[in-house]
Design a protein around this ligand. Structure first.
Ligand code: PEP
Ligand code: MN
Length: 338
């Protein structure tokens, strides 16, 4: 159940309501979304009488929610968009682009300039790489974060980068959006710490996770302190090996029905093949994606990770312009308020 509170209500009155609910065995999380305030109530909420709660002076409305996730559902917000690094995510088409990994100063600065020129809103690149093989390039770590910060200063592009351990969180001060990768979608210790930092998060779907599990991980983020969360559909594992993963396009209209959170699609990891990145981008935008995250390299043959799926900056430019045209055809504006 979600209790929406009236604006500027008395803290003391909120505490009284929470005390009465917790004494009755319910779990309460108070959540601020901008100047809106809510209480997410979990437990045996079927025992709660909504009329009784509505009778409190501070309560604006009460919403019963049947899904196991509350704050990520659409019951309060039809759609949530937010600013990160000065760019809005969740309205229009957000383009996040850059190499898989930060490899050197020259590489990241060159690519940051190139993706900006091609129309990217955010630069992406991993400094910490969760590689399947222990022998594969593991990322430049702290040096990589430093180089990303430099690329951000030189181009003005905000940066998205993946965190793999909560121990590194203090290094992410200048990173605008913290990415939680597919392998860590259910690493709840990491998720809780990232949530507590209050930073905007891009949460990728695990290769073997259901949509509901993805939304419950988002719920962890929202209930532990994150205000701004976007989801990322990046392909799931199927029986087929013709592509690296299978892009679950069906999840996009489903997510539109289930959640208020923006959904970004990563066609690069979904396919593992640069030739499929453009068609998958167009399919995703047609199915309602709020943005695309695409791997780009100017010398893919020598890339230290994921060269086979990297497109050129020029190809990115074409995708951005066509994808924006497609979005104009299919976009339906929705109310982003209560
Ligand atoms: C990435 O975006 O660099 C990445 C490792 O992706 P995923 O977590 O989707 O595999
Ligand atoms: Mn990659």
């Amino acid at each position: 159940m979600i209790i929406v509170l009236k604006k500027n209500c008395d803290e003391h009155e909120i505490e009284k309501l929470i005390l009465s609910l917790t004494e009755d065995g319910f779990n309460c999380v108070v959540k601020n979304f901008g100047d809106h305030r809510l209480i997410a109530v979990s437990g045996e909420v079927y025992r709660l009488d909504a009329e009784h709660i509505r009778a409190y002076d501070i309560v604006e409305s009460v919403k019963r929610i049947t899904e196991p996730y509350l704050l990520a559902s659409k019951s309060v917000f039809e759609k949530r968009s937010f600013f990160a690094g000065g760019k809005r995510i969740g309205e229009g088409l957000t383009i996040i682009a850059g190499p898989c990994s930060v490899e050197s100063e020259k590489q990241i600065i060159t690519l940051a300039c190139a993706v900006k020129e091609a129309g990217a809103d955010f630069l992406r690149a991993g400094a910490y790489k969760p590689r399947t093989s222990p022998y594969a390039f593991q990322g430049l770590g702290e040096d990589g974060i430093r180089l990303l910060t430099k690329a951000k200063r030189e181009t003005g592009l905000p940066v998205v980068s993946e965190i793999v351990s909560e121990k590194d969180l203090s290094l992410f001060d200048d990173i605008d959006v913290v990415q939680i990768g597919a392998r860590n979608m259910q690493n709840y210790a990491l998720i809780k710490e990232v949530a507590k930092s209050g930073k905007p998060v891009l949460l990728k779907r695990g290769a073997m996770a259901t949509v509901e599990e993805l939304l419950l991980s988002a719920e962890y983020l929202l209930s532990y302190g994150a205000e701004n969360v976007a989801l990322c559909e990046r392909g799931i594992r199927t029986f087929d090996s013709v592509t690296r993963n299978a892009l679950d396009v069906s999840s996009l209209p489903a997510l539109k029905e289930l959640t208020c959170l923006p959904v970004i699609v990563d066609p690069s990891h979904a396919s593992g093949n640069r030739r499929y990145v453009a068609p998958l981008s167009y399919a995703s935008v047609s199915a309602g994606a709020d943005g695309l995250m695409i791997e780009v390299h100017d010398d893919a043959k020598r890339a230290l990770s994921d060269g086979a799926q990297a497109i050129t900056p020029n190809e990115l430019k074409i995708i951005v312009s066509k994808a924006k045209e497609i979005q104009k055809l299919v976009y339906k504006p929705v109310n982003t308020q209560f």
